[in-house]
Write a protein that binds this ligand. Structure first.
Ligand SMILES: NC(=O)C1=CN([C@@H]2O[C@H](COP(=O)(O)OP(=O)(O)OC[C@H]3O[C@@H](n4cnc5c(N)ncnc54)[C@H](OP(=O)(O)O)[C@@H]3O)[C@@H](O)[C@H]2O)C=CC1
Ligand SMILES: CC(=O)N[C@@H](CCC(=O)OP(=O)(O)O)C(=O)O
Length: 316
């Protein structure tokens, strides 16, 4: 597959299973701007027809699954019936993010991750919230500043597009709340990937929320500096993050925010695939708040999917 994909790199073909959904549409829009990729669309009447979907998969280099979890598992089972004709797969759902045999599609996770994605046939696209939280925490756990058994709490807010078509319709009907916390049973579907890819041995507490606006996300992690290893300063934390993402095109560390910026709004990165990281806090208090900002449909979904598609098709 790798050699043939390289040979036909100019005409790589992609099928988006779930093309008409929130994430599918965003991916289609981004792929339309890439000359080296042709999107093959299924007849809308057949979009849930297993035989038609299997035929589409047989005819492409890569399939992107933008489906609910159960439908994504069904799509993988369909691909499994195709043997050597199965396409490469990027799954945007939660179904395979910690599954054996799948590579986690966060290219900036570690220096080796982009290559792991390039060489993979099955890649699980990260959740929007874990993208922010893992980006903040993984470098600090790796550096030993945050002990792996540290009791981490992650607070986050998303625009309502994060909930897909049904939540978008509910909010746009005009009778949704202005803001609400959810996941208060502490079993949000993102916790397993959050724990697995941050390297935390203690299960983090994750408190998501949704605001009455379309898209844009903030993920924040409060820290008591005097309980971390080596009593690090805000500058130490910032330096670890800045070094980790030095060469990353899409992830940037906004340095010097502490003491200068006191408010942060959610929508500044909308319609981009960027992820910004900030370290706020006050040295005298020995307290810090790490914050990640992203477009939940950009780096939190379609932007990361397209990054993975390009890596897997030999285009990046
Ligand atoms: N929205 C977001 O910010 C993010 C979403 N995701 C994940 O991406 C996946 C898609 O989410 P999202 O785009 O928001 O969801 P949507 O509800 O907006 O879209 C889902 C699409 O899948 C189609 N679909 C449902 N069941 C089947 C099936 N059995 N066969 C074929 N097509 C089917 C739906 O068609 P129909 O409407 O006609 O039923 C719809 O077009 C989910 O797993 C979600 O967790 C990932 C990252 C972020
Ligand atoms: C606001 C909202 O409801 N958000 C979704 C997460 C969206 C996302 O990115 O996660 P997946 O990729 O795992 O779907 C939720 O909390 O379930």
């Amino acid at each position: 597959m790798t050699a043939s994909v390289a040979q036909k790199a100019k005409t790589a073909t992609v099928f988006i299973d779930g093309e008409a959904g929130t994430t599918g549409l965003e991916i289609r829009e981004r792929l339309a701007g890439i000359d080296a990729i042709t999107v093959k669309s299924i007849d809308p009447d057949k979009r849930k027809d297993k035989a038609a979907r299997a035929d589409m998969m047989r005819g492409v280099d890569l399939a992107v699954l933008c489906l609910p979890d159960d439908a994504a598992k069904e799509a993988v089972a369909l691909a499994d019936t195709l043997g050597k004709d199965a396409p490469k797969i990027v799954d945007a759902s939660t179904a395979h993010r910690v599954a054996p045999g799948w590579v986690y599609g966060f290219a900036e996770l570690s220096p080796a991750q982009a290559d792991a994605i390039r060489n993979a046939t099955r890649v699980a696209n990260p959740g929007c919230y874990p993208t922010g939280a893992i980006a903040l925490l993984r470098p600090l756990v790796d550096a030993g500043l945050i002990p792996s058994d540290y009791p981490i709490t992650i607070n986050a807010v998303s625009g309502y597009s994060g909930g897909g078509r049904s939540m978008i319709e509910a909010y746009e009907a005009g009778n949704a709340p202005s803001f609400e916390l959810y996941g208060l049973g502490l079993e949000h579907k993102h916790v397993p990937e959050l724990q697995a890819y941050t390297g935390l041995t203690r299960r983090p507490i994750f408190v998501p929320s949704v605001g009455n606006y379309h898209k844009g996300m903030l993920v924040s992690v409060p820290l008591h500096l005097d309980t971390l290893s080596g009593n690090p300063s805000l500058a130490d934390i910032e330096a670890v993050l800045a070094k980790y993402y030095k060469s990353a095109e899409l992830v940037s560390v906004v340095t010097g925010a502490a003491g200068k910026i006191a408010r942060l709004e959610t929508e500044a990165l909308n319609d981009t695939d960027k992820l910004e990281l900030f370290v706020f806090g006050k040295p005298e208090l020995k307290q810090a708040v790490l914050v990640a900002r992203l477009d939940n449909l950009g780096k939190g979904a379609a932007g990361a999917a397209v990054q993975n598609i390009k890596l897997m098709l030999g285009l990046a």
